[in-house]
Design a binder for this molecule. Structure first.
Ligand SMILES: NC(=O)c1ccc[n+]([C@@H]2O[C@H](COP(=O)([O-])OP(=O)(O)OC[C@H]3O[C@@H](n4cnc5c(N)ncnc54)[C@H](O)[C@@H]3O)[C@@H](O)[C@H]2O)c1
Length: 257
């Protein structure tokens, strides 16, 4: 168990990738705070149709401790309450995974300015706020880790003007944070997933799903577990000298761009 007794917050952990990360952390002995706007997992049109149990139940089945804290990551006061409540409950904070994210499809002409603010509010601003408020706790930990979940859309067009911009910003944010926290032995990295089987893909047509799958050199979509295992690695002692990095976990998708 490479994360025994480490305390982690995983945002957006009721469903999809965040749930996959929370479960893999629990498998490795971590205590996991599940932060999400809703406790029930999302069921997708294409993927995760049968997922019904709250993530904390899955964590407890693995013999680990979990705590759900309802949080809207775009609301500063809720993010502040999340960090305080997590530290109050578990006594410390070792790992922050900013995974919660939303996508509103469309070009600059399709989406409204309010849509842009909404996407950037969760996918970038909320991540800054959570990181800012978590750092004073992470720097007290011997094992401080920050992991931001970005996307392959950080590296090319096609993700939409708000989503792609926010994801690209995270790739540089982790470098900036790495400089800030490196002296405390805290690492700051991003994971950039390719197409993963979650409900976020509901906006795609079956043809687009097929096309994305065919463009992935390892011929399958990723699973939340794939991102979960990469997160375990970056959170573990084996990755203590890796910082400022963005790890593609994409089946080779970007290699083919
Ligand atoms: N699935 C993919 O193909 C893919 C690819 C690249 C990157 N990503 C990124 O991975 C992350 C997770 O995506 P996913 O595919 O698991 O999505 P998902 O929609 O399946 O799950 C997202 C979770 O975040 C929660 N959430 C949404 N808004 C929130 C908010 N304001 N505050 C707190 N929680 C909120 C949702 O309730 C849900 O539980 C996102 O940042 C997404 O951009 C996903």
């Amino acid at each position: 168990m490479v994360l025994k007794d480490r305390v982690a917050i995983v945002t957006g952990a009721s469903s999809g990738i965040g749930r996959g990360i929370a479960v893999e952390f629990a498998r490795e002995g971590a205590k996991v705070v599940v932060a999400d706007v809703q406790e029930a997992p999302k069921q997708g049109k294409y993927h995760e149709q049968d997922v019904t149990t709250p993530t904390v139940e899955e964590i407890e089945k693995l013999g680990a401790e979990g705590l759900f804290i309802q949080t809207d990551m775009s609301d500063d006061s809720q993010v502040e309450r999340l960090i305080q409540a997590a530290v109050a409950h578990f006594g410390e904070l070792d790992i922050l995974v900013n995974n919660a994210g939303i996508h509103i499809p469309g070009t600059s002409q399709d989406i409204t300015i309010a849509d842009w603010d909404k996407v950037v509010g969760v996918n970038l601003r909320g991540i800054f706020v959570a990181t800012k408020l978590a750092i004073p706790h992470l720097t007290k930990s011997q094992y401080g880790r920050i992991i931001q979940i970005a996307s392959v859309h950080a590296f090319g067009g096609g993700g939409g003007p708000a989503y792609a911009s926010a994801k690209a910003a995270l790739v540089n944010m982790v470098r900036d944070t790495a400089l800030e926290v490196g002296g405390y032995g805290v690492t700051s990295n991003a994971i950039c997933p390719g197409y993963i089987e979650t409900a976020i893909q509901d906006y795609l047509t079956p043809d687009q799903i097929q096309e994305a799958s065919e463009r992935t050199p390892i011929p399958r979509f990723g699973l939340p577990r794939d991102i979960g295992r990469a997160s375990v690695f970056l959170a573990s002692d084996d990755a203590e000298w890796i910082t400022g990095a963005s790890l593609l976990v994409d089946g080779g998708y970007v290699a083919g761009l």
